[in-house]
Design a protein around this ligand. Structure first.
Ligand SMILES: [Mg+2]
Length: 411
C-alpha cells in the first residue's frame, strides 16, 4: 500500500455548479417565490422551461419540458420570464469572486466553473479547505447555493458535484477515483452520449471498471483523442487541463451614428465627449483601465478618419480620452461631413495592475467614485461635464445599443 499525504494533492480540481441557477436568482430577488415551485421561461408567454426550482423538480418537472405539460404535473407552478441581464450580472459577481481565489479558472458556462487549485494549496491549505472556502465565497457574494465537486481531474470533479445536489460538497480524492468510478455506468459520465455507449456495449464495456480491459487503441481508432480521453476518464484520470478563461475583453468601446452631414466641430466634440464619458465610466465600473484607444470619425467621403492613440499611463478618465479626440480631429479632420463617431479602448486591464510611473492623483480618483455612484443611482449623466448639457438638443443621443451591464454581455 502506498502512503499518501492527504493534505497535499498532486493535482486538485474543483467544479462549482450553481443549483437551478436562474430559478434560484428569481427566488432570491422575489421573497414571495421562495419555497415555491417556479419555472423560468423565455418571456411571459414562453412555452419551454429553461430551468425550474427544486420545489418544481420534486413534481418531476425538468428543463426543456413544455410549460403546459409541467402545469399538468403541478397546477400551482409559477411562470417567471427569464431576466438574462440579471443572471449574467450574478454570474459575473460569482466568477470574479472565484477568480480572486485562483486565476486558474475555466468558466464553463454561466453557472459552472472549473478551478485548478493545485498551486494554491500552499496559500490556502488542503484542497478540502479550499473547497469549503469556495462554497463560503459563493454564498458570501451571491447568497446562492452551489454544488461543489473536488477531485484530481475535471471529469471526476464533475461527477462528484452531481452526486449531491443542491448545495453539496463532494470529495473524491484522486487516489480513490478509479475505485469510486468502477461501478458507475460509463453512460453517466460527462459527455458520454448514446453513440459511445452503444459502441462500448459491443465490447462489453458498461461500467467504468470494464474499460481497463479494453485496449485504449480501440477507442483511439474510433473516436481519436476524445476516445483516448474517455479511456482515462473512466479510470479517474481525465488528462484535460483547466483552460483558463481570459478575464477581460480585448476591447471595449462606444460609438454613435450621428444625424446626417455633421460638419460643425462643436457638435462633433459634444458627441466625442459623450462617448468618452460613457467609455470611461464603463471602464471604471468594471475596474479596468486602458492605455491604447481607437478614436475615429466616419466620413462619407473618406471612410474612417482617425486611428490609434496612447495615453501616458493606463487611463479611465473621460477628460483624458476627450483630449485624445481633440488631437485626432486636429490631425485628421478638415471639416469633412461625418456620420459616426467611435471611441474604443484596446485591451483593458484591471486597474492598478500595471507598474505605473505616473499615477493619476488620488483626488480625481475619488471624484470619479462619487460621480459614478450618483449616476448609477439617479441615471446616466446626472452629473456630467458641462459641455454635455447641450446633448438634449440632439436627437437620440443616448445609443439604444449601449449596454450598461459590463464588459461581457453574453449569457
Ligand atoms: Mg447548474
Amino acid at each position: 500500500m502506498t502512503i499518501i499525504n492527504s493534505d497535499h494533492w498532486q493535482r486538485a480540481i474543483i467544479l462549482v455548479d450553481m443549483n437551478a441557477f436562474f430559478a434560484a436568482i428569481e427566488q432570491l430577488d422575489f421573497n414571495e417565490l421562495r419555497h415555491k415551485p417556479i419555472a423560468v421561461t423565455n418571456g411571459e408567454q414562453g412555452s419551454c422551461i429553461i430551468t425550474c426550482s427544486y420545489e418544481a423538480r420534486a413534481y418531476g418537472i425538468k428543463t426543456g419540458m413544455r410549460f403546459f405539460e409541467a402545469r399538468k404535473l403541478c397546477p400551482e407552478l409559477i411562470r417567471r420570464p427569464s431576466r438574462h441581464k440579471r443572471y449574467a450580472e450574478v454570474s459575473r459577481t460569482i466568477m470574479q469572486a472565484l477568480r480572486d481565489i485562483t486565476p486558474d479558472i475555466e468558466i464553463y458556462s454561466v453557472d459552472e466553473a472549473f478551478l485548478d487549485i493545485t498551486h494554491c494549496q500552499k496559500l490556502y491549505g488542503s484542497p478540502i479547505k479550499i473547497a469549503e472556502l469556495v462554497k463560503e465565497k459563493v454564498w458570501q457574494v451571491a447568497k446562492l447555493p452551489c454544488s461543489i465537486g473536488l477531485s484530481g481531474d475535471k471529469s471526476t470533479a464533475k461527477f462528484a458535484a452531481n452526486l449531491h445536489k443542491p448545495n453539496g460538497l463532494t470529495i473524491i480524492p484522486p487516489w480513490e477515483a478509479k475505485e469510486r468510478l468502477r461501478r458507475v455506468p460509463v453512460s453517466e459520465l460527462w459527455g458520454v452520449g448514446k453513440g459511445i455507449t452503444e459502441f462500448l456495449a459491443r465490447y462489453r464495456v458498461v461500467y467504468c471498471g470494464d474499460m481497463e480491459k479494453l485496449p485504449i487503441s480501440v477507442l483511439a481508432q474510433r473516436f481519436g483523442n476524445l476516445g483516448r480521453r474517455l479511456w482515462n476518464i473512466c479510470q479517474g484520470a481525465d488528462p484535460d487541463p483547466v483552460r483558463p478563461t481570459l478575464a477581460e475583453p480585448k476591447s471595449m468601446g462606444h460609438g454613435k451614428v450621428l444625424p446626417p452631414n455633421v460638419t460643425d466641430e462643436k457638435m462633433l466634440l459634444i458627441y466625442f465627449r459623450h462617448m468618452c464619458e460613457k467609455l470611461a465610466a464603463r471602464l471604471r465600473r468594471n475596474r479596468l483601465a486602458a492605455q491604447e484607444f481607437f478614436i475615429g470619425a466616419k466620413s462619407y467621403q473618406w471612410g474612417w478618419l482617425g486611428g490609434k492613440y496612447k495615453t501616458a499611463y493606463p487611463c479611465n478618465d473621460g477628460a483624458e480620452l476627450y483630449a485624445l479626440c481633440r488631437k485626432m480631429l486636429r490631425e485628421h479632420w478638415q471639416g469633412a461631413a461625418v456620420f459616426q463617431v467611435q471611441v474604443t479602448a484596446y485591451d483593458p486591464r484591471p486597474e492598478g495592475q500595471q507598474l505605473e510611473l505616473f499615477l493619476p492623483d488620488e483626488e480625481s480618483h475619488n471624484a470619479h467614485q462619487v460621480i459614478d455612484t450618483i449616476n448609477q443611482r439617479y441615471g446616466e449623466f446626472t452629473i456630467a461635464p458641462a459641455s454635455l448639457l447641450n446633448r438634449s438638443k440632439m436627437p437620440n443621443v443616448i445609443s439604444p445599443a449601449w449596454k450598461p451591464e459590463g464588459p461581457k454581455q453574453s449569457v
